[in-house]
Design a protein around this ligand. Structure first.
Ligand code: SF4
Length: 280
């Protein structure tokens, strides 16, 4: 919260309405988001604002699902809180609570588990104040039915909880089988001269879309020493080898100062590299 609040305030100061956000240039939105990481979310928020600006506000779970970036969890939260629809909002925390409440002993990352928990939670939803119910589950997951050592002895649901009765509360939820992490090695060149960095604008699709970054090389530069930084994505471990090169070495499309690329957005991986090697 402390970290995010100044961004939220700045964002609303610059773009106070959905229409303002919908009409903003992508670079302005990315600039306001710069420093938060997860730039795809900035893109999706921008697209969502355009969608709402053109189509009006959605009503109900099915309509919320049509908004770019809104998945089942967010649609459930919005439909229950804003529209009073009796539908569960299922994020990882809610899945934990419901899997214990029902003593569901299967890994949660299967279609069968999702269907079961959705049905189980749906059966508990009250038609009166479903939004408050979902928010109460969120709070409950963070304060009582916590990931490790759930506080069963002080839990108001203890008598209803099947996992507590079975003695399996601490073993649930059954962890998802972890996806294999791929290791990749990428090579980049960055220009530097008179306080400006030679960069390129990334393509609008794919990783780091539309952000400003060093230029990607097809192979390492054998006559230079790279500075190395590791970066984790959800299922990928990237080792980035970054070579500092002079002007004219590569086709940099932009020469930007720290303030300029901060305003336009740079992938966090490279911001970490700049911090690590004290360029900023
Ligand atoms: S009794 Fe324990 S496991 Fe069951 S809901 Fe309460 S805190 Fe969670």
């Amino acid at each position: 919260m402390d970290q995010g609040l100044p961004y939220w305030e700045r964002f609303l100061r610059e773009l106070p309405t959905v229409a303002d956000l919908a009409q903003a240039e992508p670079e302005v939105v990315k600039g306001l988001w710069s420093g938060l990481g997860y730039y795809r979310r900035a893109d999706l928020l921008h697209r969502a604002a355009r969608f709402v600006d053109q189509n009006g506000w959605p009503t109900g779970y099915r309509e919320w699902l049509k908004v770019p970036g809104v998945g089942p969890y967010t649609a459930g939260a919005l439909a229950s809180i804003l529209d009073g629809e009796a539908i569960p909002a299922l994020d990882g925390n809610a899945y934990r609570v419901y899997s214990r409440w029902s003593n569901w002993m299967e890994p949660l990352n299967t279609a069968a588990s999702k269907a079961f928990i959705t049905e189980f939670a749906g059966g508990l939803m009250p038609t009166d104040r479903p939004g408050d119910f979902n928010q109460a589950v969120m709070d409950f997951a963070q304060s009582v039915c916590i990931p490790r050592k759930p506080r069963c002895s002080e839990c108001p649901l203890a008598e209803l909880c099947a996992a507590r009765a079975a003695g399996s509360a601490a073993d649930l939820p059954i962890k998802r089988r972890s996806a294999r992490v791929l290791e990749e090695h990428w090579y980049f060149a960055i220009g530097y001269e008179d306080g400006r960095f030679g960069l390129v604008k990334r393509p609008e699709h794919g990783i780091w879309s539309g952000l400003y970054a060093p230029i990607l090389l097809v192979e390492p530069l054998h006559d230079r020493t790279a500075e190395v930084v590791e970066h984790r994505l959800s299922h990928r471990k990237l080792t980035l080898y970054i070579y500092r090169v002079p002007k004219g070495f590569a086709a940099f499309s932009h020469w930007l100062s720290v303030d300029e690329w901060s305003a336009r957005g740079m992938p966090q991986a490279f911001v970490h590299w700049m911090r690590k090697f004290a360029y900023i």
